[in-house]
Design a protein around this ligand. Structure first.
Ligand code: GDD
Ligand code: MN
Length: 359
């Protein structure tokens, strides 16, 4: 008979953590209606042998893979070995307290598609982290929120402790580059309701962490890959294209009004700028952010107002940087202006992405 949920645990050299882990899981979850599946990458310290020796007493089994392929692939492979429709993913090193599992399962029963064990909701946290580690962690999350709108609703998209329904990943190709499987699932999976359950990330007592600094670089590659696969890179390209069309509108009108109709340069320029802001808005609303377009006249004009304010900010940034680089750092003014244009363009994109066409 299929159990009501599977607990999937990747392991590599976690011998000393296995017994307390399995005991604490059994103590935290009443009854026998679950299975624990370990995916071990051929540990050298007897991890899999120990798991096998526990299997007469506890509902545990281990799948051993030869040629170590890494954490993410162990988890993704593990989905195929988990027999239940609800799967809990957690680490073996007790940094994820097993006592939190019932809370995750409760969220799932209350209708969540994904329940995240979260360090960043009230009641959650990290134990003994240095300020540097905290800053890196928050920075990584902020970056994900900025670049991947699908992750925005979740305070801890980097957690390695979560439960999900298999329907979230059915028909989806998962290809996490680093080890952020939850992030991958949030962005390319099919989840409607995601809830977060607080937990305290514990310090590791036994064994050592396997995740090195190299993986922080992998994370950036993963972000880029997710932007491409979820259409966010395409969105950015459309925004650039629309911006280029705005330059044509602006130049064309300036030429018509000042060059031909002999209207003063200042007035012509103000009209040309505003006209290009409006055409940019219309095109972005129609193409770049078509999926987040509001309904009705009121929302149309609200968005237009926001777009104008963001553009105003862009002008300030452009002028500010031009002045800063030219007068303070002695950069040639055309180059200084290019820096201003590039930064204000990014500002335009992200402010509109985050605010005007909020997801
Ligand atoms: N099968 C397999 N293969 N398991 C692995 C491998 C591997 O190559 N590398 C690590 N693991 C297992 C470890 O044995 C442990 O159970 C779990 O994956 C997490 O590995 P750690 O080395 O303890 O990772 P961490 O504590 O630095 O990172 C954890 O916290 C991060 C958030 O701060 C993980 O949960 C990350 O996913 C999470 O983002
Ligand atoms: Mn760990």
């Amino acid at each position: 008979m299929t159990k009501s949920f599977s607990i999937l645990i990747p392991t590599y050299n976690e011998h000393d953590n296995i017994t307390p882990l399995v005991e604490r899981i059994a103590a935290a979850i009443p009854g026998n209606d679950y299975e624990v599946v370990f995916v071990d990458d051929d540990s050298r310290d007897g991890t899999s042998e120990l798991i096998n020796s526990l299997s007469p007493k506890y509902p545990v089994r281990v799948v051993v893979r030869k040629d170590k392929k890494g954490l993410a692939s162990a988890v993704v492979d593990g989905f195929g070995f988990a027999s239940a429709d609800t799967v809990v993913v957690m680490d073996a090193d007790l940094q994820h307290p097993p006592e939190v599992i019932p809370g995750l399962i409760k969220s799932m029963r209350d209708g969540a598609d994904i329940a995240v064990g979260s360090r960043y909701v009230p009641g959650g946290g990290t134990e003994g982290w240095s300020t540097t580690r905290k800053v890196i962690s928050s920075g990584a999350i902020a970056l994900a929120h900025l670049l991947l709108p699908h992750s925005r609703g979740v305070k801890d998209p980097m957690s390695g402790f979560f439960a999900f329904k298999k329907s979230v990943i059915s028909g989806v190709t998962l290809q996490p580059i680093g080890y952020k499987i939850l992030l991958e699932m949030l962005v390319v999976g099919n989840s409607e309701k995601v809830s977060e359950v607080p937990f305290m990330f514990q310090t590791r007592q036994k064994g050592e962490s396997k995740l090195s600094a190299k993986l922080e670089v992998e994370y950036l590659r993963h972000l880029l890959s997710l932007m491409r696969r979820s259409g966010e890179l395409l969105r950015f390209s459309k925004f650039l294209l629309v911006g280029a069309s705005g330059v044509i509108v602006n130049e064309g009108l300036l030429w018509l009004l000042h060059g031909n109709a002999e209207i003063s340069l200042l007035l012509s320029s103000v009209i040309a700028i505003e006209a290009s802001i409006i055409t940019n808005f219309v095109l972005n609303n129609r193409f770049t952010f078509a999926d987040r377009r509001g309904k009705g006249v009121k929302s149309y004009f609200t968005h237009l107002g926001q777009f104008n304010l963001v553009s105003l900010g862009a002008v300030a940034i452009n002028l500010g940087l031009l002045w800063l680089f030219k007068t303070k750092f002695g950069v040639y003014y055309l180059i200084a202006n290019l820096i201003g244009i590039a930064v204000s363009m990014l500002w335009n994109y992200f402010a509109n992405n985050w605010w005007t066409w909020k997801k």
